[in-house]
Design a protein around this ligand. Structure first.
Ligand SMILES: C[S@@+](CC[C@H](N)C(=O)[O-])C[C@H]1O[C@@H](n2cnc3c(N)ncnc32)[C@H](O)[C@@H]1O
Length: 264
């Protein structure tokens, strides 16, 4: 637990439930779009599969599945009502046949042995218990079904974290909102959950933003949103601007954990 001292106040960074800002999130140019495209390409869909988007968020990747699955079924699961509100709006606008479920991915959400594939983008590092997560996803999958996922991995945003700690006095990892897992633990967790053909990799994928404004907007909404939630709103702009300056470049030092596995 850290103590915040930027504005001379003292605020504890304790357990946080992150409320995603769906509209701001969708307005950003996200590297997530590329990660999503890579995940969908790796699924090698034939058109009639049942696919679960685990942590579908505002549905930007989920909507891409519609044309790829003309005879298939799409299930979108996310825990955030804000993000799912945006997804539901897109689904309604497009008249898309997508089943939307609001649930924690590590808890049973009623889909059992129905999925040919599970995909996930930028979500698993928000989930503390990967053993429970993978075991639960396994129950949704048919034998032989594929899991393809991207999330933050070990050392993800380490420089941003250091800069935030320097500016606020708070270690952003102290409240354990992030779970940046490593290759061995993820491989072991997948194997214990009933997966084979496991291929887990850490890939450095730094993002550089074009301007201070773009960098600060991204840090505020995507990277440091959960940490900022417990700090006084009137200080957010100053904190993020200082973090950006502290980094010395408009950088987010992403390290991605790429996961490929098959349900036994
Ligand atoms: C960075 S967003 C990614 C959304 C989308 N996949 C994308 O790439 O744009 C992370 C998402 O994970 C969801 N999430 C975090 N923890 C979750 C959990 N335990 N169960 C379900 N969804 C969760 C959040 O609500 C959020 O929508």
């Amino acid at each position: 637990m850290g103590q915040y001292h930027l504005a001379g106040t003292s605020v504890s960074l304790t357990s946080m439930v992150h409320a995603w800002q769906a509209a701001q999130y969708d307005a950003l140019e996200l590297p997530h779009l590329r990660w999503g495209d890579d995940v969908i390409t790796a699924l090698e869909l034939q058109g009639s599969e049942t696919v679960l988007d685990a942590g579908a968020g505002t549905g930007r990747d989920t909507m891409k599945l519609v044309n790829l699955l003309p005879r298939g079924r799409i299930i979108a699961v996310d825990a955030s009502p804000h993000m799912l509100g945006e997804l539901r709006r897109k689904v309604a606008d497009a008249g898309a046949p997508i089943e939307v479920i609001e649930s924690d991915l590590s808890k049973d959400f009623g889909i059992h042995q129905q999925c040919d594939a599970v995909m996930s983008v930028a979500t698993f590092h928000w989930i503390a218990d990967h053993d429970a997560l993978f075991a639960n996803l396994a129950t949704t999958m048919k034998p032989g079904a594929r899991l393809v996922a991207d999330c933050g991995g070990r050392s993800n945003v380490a420089r941003v974290s250091d800069a935030f700690a320097k500016v606020t006095g708070i270690d952003p990892n102290s409240a354990q909102v992030w779970n940046f897992a490593d290759v061995p633990e993820t491989t072991a967790s997948l194997a214990a959950a009933g997966f084979s053909d496991i291929d887990v990799r850490l890939v450095e994928d730094p993002a550089i933003f074009a301007s201070s404004e773009a960098h600060c907007a991204f840090l505020t909404t995507v990277v440091l949103g959960a940490q900022l939630e417990t700090l006084p709103p009137e200080d957010h702009l100053a904190i993020v601007a200082q973090v950006s300056r502290e980094l010395g470049e408009y950088l987010v030092d992403y390290v991605r954990l790429k996961i490929f596995a098959r349900r036994i």
